[in-house]
Design a protein around this ligand. Structure first.
Ligand code: MN
Length: 137
């Protein structure tokens, strides 16, 4: 596992601040948010080891993840989880239920690009059960 110093060197877009409560309530574990642009909305999201977000849906617009540092996971409903590494790109179509987050033994960061859409909104759902997450390496 890489050191925190090494991770911070690779986390080029900055750690930012702990998630605001309006978002952290939909995460298991601790994550940080560094807002970068407004239109389109792009932010660097950094997950501490073991941290992931709840199942959720980006209605109307979808989302693109650009992996920056560390190791993590993306899973769409009904599909196996995909391991993510720096340089990976995940295109999440609107209306697809999914979650993303860190591996249990690694920090993880991605840029989250919100695809602009009229009447777009995020729907937050249940958390990934611990026993499901623990099956992932
Ligand atoms: Mn998402």
């Amino acid at each position: 596992m890489m050191s925190n110093v090494e991770f911070n060197e690779q986390n080029l877009f900055g750690l930012g601040a702990p998630l605001p409560e309006m978002l952290s309530k939909y995460f298991t574990g601790h994550a940080h948010l560094n807002p970068l642009t407004q239109t389109p909305n792009i932010a660097n999201v950094t997950f501490e080891p073991g941290c992931r977000n709840n199942w959720h849906i980006h209605h109307m617009g979808g989302q693109i993840l650009l992996v920056i540092a560390g190791r993590g996971w993306y899973q769409a409903w009904g599909e196996p989880a995909k391991e993510l590494h720096p340089g990976d790109v995940v295109e999440i179509p609107p209306e697809v239920k999914h979650w993303h987050g860190a591996a249990k033994d690694s920090w993880f960061s991605h840029l989250a690009v919100e695809i602009p859409a009229k009447s777009g909104f995020n729907e937050w759902l249940e958390s990934l059960p611990e026993e499901e997450y623990n099956k992932l390496k």
